[in-house]
Design a protein around this ligand. Sequence first.
Ligand code: SAM
Ligand code: SF4
Length: 337
Amino acid sequence: MTDTPKLTDPFQRRINYLRVSVTDRCDFRCVYCMSENMAFLPKKELLTLEELDRMCSAFISQGVEKLRITGGEPLVRRGIMEFFNAMGRHLDSGALKELTLTTNGSQLRRFARDLYAFGMRRVNISLDTLDEAKFADITRWGRLAQVLDGIDAAQEAGLRVKINAVALKGTNEDELETIVNWCAEQDMDLTFIEVMPMGDVGNEDRLDQYWSLKDLRSRLEKSWSLTDIAENTGGPARYTRVNETGQKIGFITPLTHNFCESCNRVRLTCTGQLFQCLGQEDEADLRKVLRDNPGDDPPLITAIHAAIARKPKGHDFDYSRQAVDGQMSRHMSHTGG
Ligand code: SAM
Ligand code: SF4
């Protein structure tokens, strides 16, 4: 048996984690993510479900062991459950170690049980507030009750839930303790995310919403004692344990450079562009290679290796001069959060 070629970038980082955005569409319009009247991509631009399967399978054949499906809202993509079902074969073969999802939770009541049946064991659910009115303000179109019900459905189905909360100055600052306690009671992990300067900001000014996690963390330390956990997942999260509750809290601070050196991931957009780094513009058009070579995977695999060989060392986000430097023009919903 020949060894599977592993994806390794120029800085000797092993790339074994692929995040895939399967749609740019969403049933919410979160203020930090989308404008209210987003123009979405024409359908023919999107990878079809078959193309998504081919693309993900090619990465898995090259050593990707963890697949996270995101969007937009992945669960609003028509037929997406067929794709999850199909990916289950890579879990069965042992090539894929984890199939997971980042979702706003709105569709979980419908889909959680099937997701579990297809081999998914964990989901990240985004929720920034437990206040109905604030939830409506942040998501514009979302309903808190529906998401809370989705979270219940996920837990009932046996999925382990992690809540992702964006730290928003003046919005969920006063709910910090409530959110931590709620997650502890429900036995859910929790990660806080700093607002990133993604997308054309429109009326929303990302700097106004920016609440540093350093500040958030000192606030936590007023109520609880925290012990940092050395665990490194190769991603931008740092973890701490709340000694009183035993729960694990993550902090994603994408604006600091403290995680690039151990980066193990790349991102595929719903149009088949591979971004080697969330904060850099360089991309590889894998859709073209895939469509130019129907039924023939070696050119795609060569293109994947060529793209990984161009993965940059790190990103350039910087709020330090009180201007949004290194700002990316694309939306999170396109690249996938
Ligand atoms: N719709 C799904 C959801 O909301 O979980 C998946 C896609 S969403 C783009 C993925 C994550 O990105 C969410 O946790 C969301 O809160 C986060 N996000 C979106 N825009 C962001 C921004 N400007 N800064 C930081 N996080 C952002
Ligand atoms: Fe939709 Fe997720 Fe973006 Fe909110 S953060 S608008 S739920 S894609």
